[in-house]
Write a protein that binds this ligand. Structure first.
Ligand code: C2E
Ligand code: CA
Ligand code: CA
Length: 561
């Protein structure tokens, strides 16, 4: 084989490699060296001229035949990164000197390799910048690159991947200032790097959101660290602040087949989301059920637009009754999904829709259909009652919510007094403000509002006092059951909630009334309005129209006694 043929192969190999890898080049370099009677090539890289003067550089032996030799060529080059490469070429001791042609070829080899070395150094430097964020943390790109590298070589198997979010970090910022907060976060992060050493790595996704991967034995100490560490933020006073995290973990199985780093990220993000929202545990492991939930979720998202277009959702009406007079006084609109001739209960799709914003489209669809029904009932001369429609909390982000609601009601030419919106309780201050804005707006427009599921969530008396509600819907979990006597907690609570609602001038309705005993409890406590299976389940529209026409429920002697 001639020199240029081998040289071409060497160039090809160089161009195909993204990273400097002299082992891969060695077969070609050694062939060329044998061909040109080169006994040894070394190249020394000095970071700057000062270190060159001190002869402090990294020596790389590109080729060594092992034979005794003498230095014949010494080339010095300045690379694009402003470092210095000195390349020495040795000839076998006692050999014929090189011909001019040979010297020309050796120079070509040396120059080409130098260009390659400096180019890959530029690339390494560029990558070094690309793998850190502006605050000096390893970034997500670095994490993904490492997952890929480990995944492709099977080294992820048996390891643990984590996604964690610092808890209440905005409070830390509030307490010690943003700069102090940044300092604490970096220290907390460095602590993890130190803990993991070469047994794992940790990167920042952004904000207070981090990802990590580590060996199995490092998982317990890492989780212990994340459960809470006091970080010193003032060296002088020694003042410390507690930092902890919500964590999602995926224990990568031994037989794991790596496709894409996205698979792993999806899993740890799903797990940390549960950790952050369930409020049960700060550490959540990814499970098969979570995968299935995700599966159901994406199926739902696929089916939803067509289901809405094809009117697969139907409004069912559950009557509300005045138990003193037996009169039908209202109804709640509840959604039913008929898909492939099967009825799907709201509990199986509403929570999934609530993870995205599809729930908002469904609520508007429900309101629109309710308004159409009411308009028709009015036109048919029926005695119409007020109908309540559920409004998911997701709507609170919609600044034009009020306009949307009024547009639907007015388009259908329905009197505002016949519509009520049911909203559930809220937990945070931000939402509280939005809730107050929405409820006040509805109030001004003459649309009633009710606090749904009162007592289920985080019940704040402020929420009741400061927002102009019309109705309080007491959740069924507050209703005394069979064995509860008058002094049981449930009975006492129920009594006080009804009294409080009346005191605040709110209508009060009990949900989930199932038995005559419960009707009696309502009567005894002057809670006059009820909704529940005892009277009716949610009914298909035609069925409900019959109730509208009768408009009255027979109260049995048993409950009246
Ligand atoms: P919710 O708003 O609290 O509705 C009351 C639920 O209690 C309804 O369940 C109703 O069928 C059920 N229920 C009524 N009376 C009784 C009773 O006596 N005993 C018992 N055990 N249950 C009773 P449903 O229709 O399955 O709806 C479940 C939840 O789904 C609703 O709870 C509501 O949060 C949600 N939902 C239903 N339709 C819609 C909708 O159009 N939009 C939104 N955002 N949520 C909806
Ligand atoms: Ca409701
Ligand atoms: Ca409810």
């Amino acid at each position: 084989m001639d020199f240029y043929k081998i040289f071409e192969l060497l160039m090809k190999q160089m161009n195909s490699m993204r990273e400097m890898d002299f082992d891969a080049l060695y077969p070609y370099v050694s062939r060329i060296c044998e061909f040109l009677r080169v006994a040894k090539i070394t190249s020394t890289r000095y970071a700057n001229p000062r270190l060159e003067a001190l002869n402090r550089g990294d020596v790389l032996i590109a080729y060594d035949s092992g034979k005794p030799c003498v230095e014949a060529i010494n080339k010095r080059m300045i690379t694009e990164m402003m470092s210095i490469v000195s390349c020495r070429v040795y000839i076998e001791a006692g050999a014929e000197p090189w011909t001019d042609e040979e010297v020309g070829r050796i120079n070509l080899l040396v120059d080409t390799t130098a260009v390659y070395v400096s180019r890959s150094r530029v690339q390494q430097a560029a990558e070094r910048y690309a793998f850190f964020d502006d605050d000096g943390y390893h970034n997500l790109r670095f994490y993904i690159k490492n997952l890929q590298k480990m995944g492709q070589s099977g080294k992820l198997n048996g390891k643990a991947a984590l996604n964690f979010n610092l808890k209440h970090f905005s409070l830390v910022n509030q307490q010690i200032g943003r700069q102090g907060g940044s300092f604490v976060m970096f220290r907390f992060f460095k602590g993890i790097e130190e803990l993991l050493g070469d047994k794992g790595l940790v990167c920042r996704m952004g904000g207070d959101n981090f990802v990590a991967v580590c060996s199995k034995e490092m998982l317990p100490p890492l989780l212990d660290y994340l459960s809470g560490r006091a970080i010193v933020y003032d060296e002088v006073s020694g003042d410390r602040i507690m930092v902890s995290a919500s964590v999602g973990v995926y224990e990568i199985p031994e037989n794991f087949r790596f496709n894409d780093s996205g698979d792993i990220l999806d899993k740890i993000i799903a797990a940390v989301t549960v950790a952050k929202t369930s409020g049960k545990s700060d550490v959540v492991y990814f499970s098969k059920e979570m995968g299935e939930r995700k599966e159901r979720m994406s199926r739902m998202q696929r089916l939803f637009p067509d289901a809405l277009r094809n009117e697969e959702f139907q409004v069912f009406y559950q009557p509300k009754i005045d138990i003193v007079t037996g009169e039908l006084i209202g109804a709640e609109a509840l959604c039913r999904w008929f898909h492939d001739d099967k009825l799907i209960s709201p509990n199986d799709f509403i929570p999934l829709l609530e993870q995205g914003i599809d729930i908002c489209r469904l609520d508007f669809y429900m309101l629109d259909h309710v308004c159409r029904d009411i308009r028709r009932w009015l036109d048919e001369g029926r005695k119409v009652v007020r109908v309540s429609v559920n409004l998911s909390r997701k709507h609170m982000l919609d600044v034009d919510l009020l306009e949307h609601i009024l547009e639907i009601v007015d388009r259908n030419n329905v009197p505002h007094s016949l519509i009520e919106m049911e909203l559930t309780e809220t937990t945070t201050d931000v939402e509280f403000k939005d809730l107050k804005r929405v409820v006040s707006g509805l109030q001004r427009a003459g649309i009633s509002t009710s606090v749904d599921d009162f007592g289920m969530g985080y019940s704040s008396l402020n929420l009741i006092k400061e927002v102009p509600w019309n109705v309080l819907k007491i959740d069924k979990s507050f209703l005394p059951v069979e064995d509860d006597d008058e002094s049981s907690t449930r009975s006492v609570m129920f009594r006080y909630v009804v009294a409080m609602a009346k005191e605040l001038g709110l209508e009060c309705i009990a949900e989930g009334v199932e038995t005559p005993q419960q009707v009696k409890v309502l009567m005894d406590n002057h809670c006059d309005l009820a909704q529940g299976y005892f009277f009716d389940k949610p009914l298909p529209m035609r069925e409900f129209e019959k109730r509208l026409d009768v408009h009255h429920y027979e109260m049995s002697a048993e409950t009246n006694s």
